[in-house]
Design a protein around this ligand. Structure first.
Ligand SMILES: Cc1ncc(C[n+]2csc(CCOP(=O)(O)OP(=O)(O)O)c2C)c(N)n1
Ligand SMILES: [Mg+2]
Length: 626
């Protein structure tokens, strides 16, 4: 057997750069390079290996958490067919990546994390940044990656690497299992040489399969659809990742079954597709939520059925409702006691379509769908057309960005009140036009995520919509976007705090406590003084971007035109009125309210809560349809 004597880190990079994926006959390298920030735990091992492999590009970011968000957004934009590795030093660099790992895993997006780790040799312990443990020397901060990784290993010997990297690739490329994969790299082992089998460095192609539905289950599902009067499709992220959007469009058009889109599934159909009722769930449109309420059959495709989709299990109120779940992941397919079609979304939808020939929903339902859509377009126009303030309303800012963006452009967002408003209002015209991280809804994802999206397809303009809270949490990758020459269009909506959680606070009877960026007043001891002024334009300019402040709607429209002419990352800061919210429609979210309290408004909110919570259903224990 021919071998190559290289260090563990050199072997790792040599392996990663030769991993390819193939789906539907199309092949591409799986890794686009590595992000990271070096420290003593990685500079001499992985750092040196990256240095001698310039064809596996190293990208220097400003924050390790952001690096993982960049990788996640890139992979999401690439339908999980490509990603980055993220390297870090030991200690804080590593633990900075944990939030990113959770974000990736919860969203089912592949990222490879390579944190440095404490010496396997142990004799020099405790090293700088080492967590000492008296009960075991086999513990480091990297153990904290275990619950947020889909695969986790520590490379304690160089000869262990071949087994571990192959397992890592299996999980990363599995549509059902994918998420963050962590290989912790002890500092000493990274630099140790071994005679690696030369085969390890040959090109390897990982086939991404499209599992077909089991015949008997597919027949049962088709029978159930034919027997249903008010079927509804819930389209999740799996529709987009599996490239099933055209198949969905066909089945919806042919059968007339309406479609509601989850956050990850938004864009599955163009907004003006006759069967697209738009957003569903807590942040859904009235049409989609009424259709969900009355549906006798819900066909979910590629969704995790999170509480935002099920309106905390209150969305589906028909006493006879049944579920068919098309999902490549068994656990998702079995949710809500559904008939599980454990298969690739595109394969399953295509097959279902073929077995439903001649079936169409009745005219009455079709007429409802037409009317719901018409009314929703009117409501969207109303919210886009508000000329509130200044401060202007968030809805009209979304409208202005939407109308400037081209169909192929992408809006990126993650946390705050924007995700709900965008879910409802954004008129998505192409499947990749809407990029929302709403599995973890991680404040700070937005700008880093925007960079990942832009890198995935530089031909698209990327519009990052970010609240002041998220911006203040993590904006430093603006500098990285300038370093790498990727232009982002950032719209920063300043409402001096948390519109989202502030609104929620009012709804739970807590009057906005602790959700505004205000000075502490000596008289009250509370954060109830004037707003704390922040010069966002100065911050963005300081980070290297072009930045302006707009106050009126007309100024904003002019600024967004000017933004098109800039060749580097550009920011518009606009103050929005946090009280001029986009309303909720026909939905509810379970946020438990104190059972006892000294505050009257909370007692009232609790009384309402006790009524509302009664609508929650236990779909998981329903008898199955079989
Ligand atoms: C890392 C993180 N911390 C806390 C939260 C909880 N949270 C959700 S939205 C929000 C406020 C976001 O403020 P901002 O970005 O200004 O958006 P706005 O609500 O004003 O639209 C908070 C604190 C979160 N989602 N992520
Ligand atoms: Mg805010």
């Amino acid at each position: 057997m021919s071998t190559r004597r290289v260090t563990m880190a050199q072997a790792l990079v040599g392996f990663l750069k030769n991993q390819y994926v193939e789906r539907d006959g199309k092949e591409n390298p799986f890794f686009a390079g590595a992000w990271g920030i070096f420290g003593h735990g990685i500079i001499a091992g992985m750092g040196q290996a990256l240095q001698q492999n310039p064809d596996f590009r190293y990208y220097l970011c400003r924050n390790e958490q952001a690096a993982v968000h960049i990788a996640t957004a890139f992979a999401k934009a690439k339908n999980r067919l490509s990603t980055f590795a993220c390297t870090s030093s030991i200690g804080p660099g590593a633990t900075n990546m944990i939030t990113g790992a959770a974000t990736a895993t919860i969203n089912r997006i592949p990222v490879l994390l390579l944190p440095g780790d404490i010496f396997a040799r142990r004799n020099v312990a405790p090293v700088l940044q080492q967590l000492e443990s008296e009960h075991s020397q086999d513990v480091s901060v990297n153990d904290a990656f275990k619950p947020v990784s889909r695969y986790w290993d520590r490379i304690n010997r160089p000869d262990q690497l071949p087994c571990s990297v192959v397992e890592a690739m299996r999980v990363l490329t599995s549509p059902a299992q994918t998420g963050a994969v962590t290989l912790a790299l002890p500092q000493d082992v990274q630099s140790e040489a071994w005679d690696y089998p030369a085969e390890m460095f040959e090109k390897r192609v990982w086939h991404i399969s499209r599992p077909e539905p089991e015949r008997a289950i597919a027949v049962l599902a088709a029978e159930m659809i034919r027997a249903s009067k008010r079927p509804l499709i819930v389209a999740g992220g799996g529709v987009i990742y599996s490239d099933a959007t055209e198949a969905l469009s066909k089945i919806a058009s042919r059968t007339g079954i309406p479609v509601g889109e989850t956050q990850a599934g938004k864009g599955s159909l163009p907004f003006d597709h006759p069967q697209n009722l738009g957003a569903i769930g807590v942040t859904g449109t009235p049409g989609a939520n009424i259709a969900a309420r009355d549906a006798d059959l819900v066909i979910t495709i590629g969704t995790r059925l999170s509480d935002f989709t099920t309106a905390s299990k209150t969305a589906f109120q028909n006493p006879n409702v049944r579920f068919i779940n098309i999902n490549v992941n068994e656990a998702d397919a079995l949710k809500h006691a559904g008939v599980p079609i454990i298969a690739d979304a595109r394969a399953a939808v295509g097959q279902l379509d073929a077995s439903l020939s001649g079936y169409r929903v009745d005219q009455e339902y079709t007429a409802c769908i037409v009317q719901w859509k018409h009314r929703w377009e009117e409501e969207t126009d109303r919210l886009f057309g508000l000329r509130h303030g200044p401060p202007v309303s968030q809805g009209e800012v979304i409208g202005a960005v939407n109308s400037v963006s081209r169909p192929e452009d992408v809006v990126v967002c993650a946390a705050g009140s924007l995700p709900g408003d965008l879910h409802k209002l954004w008129r998505t015209r192409q499947p990749k036009g809407y990029h929302m991280e709403y599995g973890y809804s991680c404040m700070g994802y937005e700008i880093a995520g925007g960079l990942g999206v832009k890198m995935a397809d530089p031909s698209r303009e990327v519009y990052v919509m970010v609240g002041d809270g998220s911006f203040l949490m993590m904006s430093s990758e603006i500098t990285t976007s300038i370093q790498e020459g990727y232009k982002l269009n950032i719209i920063l909506l300043d409402n001096h705090g948390f519109s989202s959680i502030g609104g929620l606070s009012h709804a739970v009877g807590s009057s906005g406590f602790g959700t505004d960026y205000r000075f502490r007043r000596h008289e009250t001891g509370q954060l109830d003084g004037q707003y704390v002024p922040v010069d966002f334009v100065a911050i963005c300019t300081g980070l290297g971007a072009c930045a302006v402040r707009a106050t009126t709607h007309a100024e904003f429209e002019r600024a967004i035109q000017t933004m098109q002419r800039h060749d580097r990352t550009s920011v518009i800061v606009i103050e929005v009125d946090k009280e001029k919210r986009v309303p909720g429609y026909e939905s509810w979210w379970d946020v438990p309210i104190s059972e006892v309290s000294e505050i009257e408004s909370i007692r009232q909110a609790r009384a309402q809560y006790e009524q509302a919570v009664k609508k929650e259903r236990r779909h998981e224990i329903a008898a199955t349809a079989r």
